[in-house]
Design a binder for this molecule. Sequence first.
Ligand SMILES: [Zn+2]
Length: 242
Amino acid sequence: MILIGVDGLSHRFLEAHVQDLPFFRTMMKKNYNAIEIREDDALSAVMWNSVFAGIPPSQVPLRNYHIGDRMVKYDEIPFRKRYLWEKRKFTVISAPVVLPTYSNINLDLVNRGLTLEKDECEENMHRIFDAAMEHKDGDLIVCFTEIDRVEHFHWNKPELLETYKLLDDLLKQLLEGYKGNFIIFSDHGFRDIPEEGGILDASTGITGDHDPVQIFMGTKRVEYTTDLYWMVLQGDLDDPRA
Ligand SMILES: [Zn+2]
């Protein structure tokens, strides 16, 4: 199976630009499900840990990637033994359960994957894709945080479509001819900055805001954030040929 996480993958953007995104146009007919989550949970640290540890979003103890001004380390996460890759064998590429992201293979990313520069984000997408292509023979978890990074400062700007087109093309290539089960999913979406409230701090110069909507699509329908975890453990996504 291949599980593909895309941070900040926006149902609004996909639905508005579906004509320019041929791969997603097909995928959005494949068990596509946009589910509302709580605003308090529309944070990457919460949602990725929820998905990969099978903990309901509101109960994830790690609400941020940092404690005070220092980043949380992978080995400090009290529930890390719950992660899917602790329960069965996966190649893990850039899972955003911590930052910098967690991989169990060598992965060299520009600025350890933390860059907010669009060009560097796109370079990192290529590197993550290359690593995924090398490991797609076995069960694979691969995540891209770059869409969210680019969205923070390019939401409502035409060049955002370039980054989405790149993702569309890379995922098409990754899944071309793939016979196993796969699920593509987000942690949260992206939206215009609301007049009041908002999830991100608008004083940081961001051009958009997290959207409390998570999407799933792929060979099986996923109804809710933690379902994917149990589907994997119950064997619902095992290779149909095995
Ligand atoms: Zn974000």
